[in-house]
Structure formats: structure tokens, C-alpha cells
Design a protein around this ligand. Structure first.
Ligand code: NAP
Length: 352
């Protein structure tokens, strides 16, 4: 059990990110002193939205420069913090040329680097780590091996590698390393959040975050001939941010937490948007698996990925996070609708 002093600064790594920006915002709105790291302080446009949010909030925000691959670079930002929320990690599922360099090394070495600094910083009492449901399963077909047809926190991804499903591999390896390092000491404890596919409004106009890219692709017609079948597990970015903060400040919080609100298909996502915008080129049916397999390599997926993932319905048990952290989730329809409307309001998706 760890009580975190709310008057001490809280460090959020990777503040420029889609999820981290919401964590920073919610902490600032709560009136806390927040520190966040960015890769390059000179690139002010990447964090101008946070500077603007801080001005309007009750809290105080400070920026520090740190890179996951630069040893010791998180030390100055962490000094004096009791709570560290480590979210920074590359999230990419297509267009990967060198998985080891682009995903696995930054995730693993970054976690080791941040946790080495946690070990060296006497003030730290708790580390909240952003893992993923991808650390629980590797391919959707793994659902068939579950005891009750549903994933719980007891499951681990055992099927990914740097060659097959490198992003899930980077997440499971990083989370395992974090548990190993946490168990070697007793001054700080580790609480892990395992979000599903995060959607919901972005606080920036950046379009290089995978969650944002998928929404843009759906709304602009990439899947108009048909969507891949199978349910994914979704969660709202605002809820995911809240879960991290609750994980930080709930004294008895412990363990891994599946953070998902609904298991839904791509088509159900399209249906939500269609209800408000029937004129858009959205998919109305599932694309047959054989056809998806045929086109997969041209749109950035391997045939093995399609074989093991398309057509299987993921089911995630979110009962533990509700019990341990008292989480409640926004409805799926609101998440998708708010995300789509933010992209239109920011001029990123143009409606004809
Ligand atoms: P994002 O918008 O792409 O943010 C990733 C963040 O990591 C950015 O701030 C990025 O900095 C930072 N980063 C990447 N490489 C770095 C490096 N070498 N050194 C320092 N910072 C680095 O992605 P996101 O969706 O917010 O993801 C945040 C976390 O949530 C990740 O741990 C991801 O695995 C996890 N997650 C995401 C989802 C999802 O659906 N989005 C689901 C489950 C878990 P730059 O701005 O400088 O690039």
C-alpha cells in the first residue's frame, strides 16, 4: 500500500503523445504540479497544446527533455516525484521496416532506462506503466485457448516475436521487464494499465498517432469495400487517462488492469459514424477473409497476421479495473462520435 502525496510533482513520460496529453490535462485540471518529458524541447509545436492547457488549468506544468534510448535522461524530471506515469513507447502496427530498432529496443531499453532512474530516485513510491492488452494476447485466435472464452489479467502474450506481431512483442517484453525490476526492491510499487484499442478525441491536430490514423482511414474510405471481421476491444482515451491517475493515487491499487469498455467490430465503429454522417464512404459489410488475405500485403499486413487475427472475436474481462480502481467507462458510441467530430472540427477530416 502506497499513499502518494498530491502536493508533490507527478512525472508523465512522453507528454506529446495522444494518451499522455490527456493524462497531463486531467492532472492539471485537478490542480497538480505536473512534469512531462519531450524528446526535443526545441520542437515547441509538438507540445504547444499542453502549454495552452496549463494556462487555463489550476495546475502547474514543466517540460523536460528526455529520450527513451538516452541513459539517465529522465533523472532531472523525476527528482522529487513520488508518482511516475510511464507511457512513452512507440505505437506502430504497419509500415515497420526494422521492428527491433523501431519498436522492441525503444520499448525495452526505454523501460529499463526509466526504471533504473526510478531505482536511483529516492522520492519515487509508485510507477504506473502503460502496457496494453497486447501484452495479454498476441493474435486474436488466442481467444480460442482461453478457459472461459474471455481474457483476464492472468493471461500473457506468448506468441509474438520481433518477426511476427512486433508491437505486441514490444509491449509484453517491456511489461515483463518492469515486473522483474519491481520485484527486486520494495521502496516503490508497480501498477500496470493494459488498455485496449484507444479511441476518442485527440487534444492535438497530430495525425501520426496510430489511433488517429485508423479513424481517418475509416472515415475517408480506405475500408469502403468492406471491413475486416472480428471484434476488437476498445476504450476511450479520456477513460484510459483517468485509469492511470486512479492507479497512481489509489493506495491499495495493485497488479495488471485490463482497461477496455466494449468489444466491437470495425463495422460497428462505422455504424456509429454513419448514423450522424450517412454521406461518408464507410464500410457496410465485412470483407471476406480470403479477399482480405489477398490484399493484405498491399496495405501493410502479412498473410499470417490475417490468418490468425481476422474473423476472431476478442473478449476482455474488465471487472478487475472496476473493482480495484472504481473505473466506469464512457459508452462506445460516444467515444467514436466524439473522436470523429474532433477530427472534423480540427479540419483534419473534410466532409463534402
Ligand atoms: P503516440 O501518440 O504515438 O505517443 C507515443 C509517445 O511516445 C510520444 O510522446 C512519443 O514521442 C513517445 N516516444 C516514442 N519513442 C520515444 C523515444 N525514443 N523517446 C522518448 N519518447 C518516445 O501513442 P499513444 O497511443 O499515445 O501511446 C501511448 C502509450 O499507450 C504507449 O505505451 C502505447 O504502447 C500504449 N497503448 C496505446 C494504445 C492505443 O490504442 N493508442 C493501446 C494500448 C496501449 P514523440 O511525440 O516525440 O514521437
Amino acid at each position: 500500500m502506497k499513499s502518494i502525496d498530491r502536493t508533490k510533482p507527478v512525472l508523465v513520460t512522453g507528454g506529446t503523445g495522444y494518451l499522455a496529453s490527456w493524462i497531463v490535462k486531467q492532472l492539471l485540471d485537478d490542480g497538480l504540479e505536473v512534469r512531462t518529458t519531450v524528446r526535443n524541447l526545441a520542437q515547441k509545436d509538438k507540445y504547444a497544446h499542453l502549454t495552452a492547457l496549463a494556462v487555463k488549468s489550476k495546475g502547474v506544468l514543466q517540460f523536460f527533455e528526455a529520450d527513451l534510448l538516452k541513459k539517465g535522461s529522465f533523472a532531472e524530471a523525476m527528482d522529487g516525484c513520488e508518482l511516475v506515469i510511464h507511457t512513452a513507447s512507440p505505437f506502430k502496427i504497419t509500415g515497420i521496416k526494422n521492428a527491433q530498432k523501431e519498436l522492441v529496443e525503444p520499448a525495452m531499453e526505454g523501460t529499463r532506462n526509466v526504471l533504473d532512474t526510478v531505482n536511483a530516485t529516492e522520492s519515487v513510491k509508485r510507477l504506473v506503466l502503460t502496457s496494453s492488452v497486447a501484452a495479454i494476447y498476441g493474435d486474436a485466435i488466442d481467444i480460442l485457448k482461453t478457459e472461459k472464452g474471455i481474457f483476464t489479467e492472468a493471461y500473457w502474450n506468448t506468441t509474438s516475436s520481433s518477426e511476427h506481431q512486433p508491437y505486441p512483442y514490444s509491449k509484453v517484453q517491456a511489461e515483463k521487464l518492469a515486473w522483474e525490476m519491481a520485484e527486486m526492491q520494495s521502496r516503490w510499487d508497480l501498477v500496470v494499465i493494459n488498455p485496449g484499442f484507444i479511441m476518442g478525441p485527440s487534444l492535438t491536430k497530430r495525425i501520426d498517432s496510430t489511433s488517429v490514423e485508423i479513424m481517418i482511414q475509416l472515415a475517408t474510405g480506405k475500408f469502403k469495400t468492406g471491413a475486416p471481421s472480428g471484434d476488437m476491444s476498445f476504450v476511450d482515451v479520456r477513460d484510459t487517462a483517468k485509469a492511470h491517475i486512479l492507479a497512481g493515487f489509489t493506495p491499495n491499487a495493485s497488479g495488471r488492469h485490463i482497461c477496455t469498455s466494449a468489444d466491437k467490430s470495425f463495422l460497428e465503429m462505422a455504424d456509429v459514424i454513419r448514423a450522424e454522417h450517412p454521406e461518408l464512404p464507410l464500410p457496410t459489410k465485412f470483407v471476406p477473409k480470403w479477399l482480405f488475405s489477398f490484399i493484405a500485403p498491399f496495405i501493410g499486413f502479412s498473410r499470417k497476421y490475417v490468418k490468425l487475427n481476422v474473423g476472431y472475436d476478442l473478449r476482455m474481462d474488465n471487472s478487475y479495473i472496476k473493482k480495484d480502481l472504481g473505473m466506469e467507462f464512457l459508452p462506445f458510441g460516444q467515444t467514436i462520435s466524439d473522436h470523429f467530430n474532433q477530427l472534423v472540427a480540427d479540419g483534419i477530416i473534410k466532409k463534402s
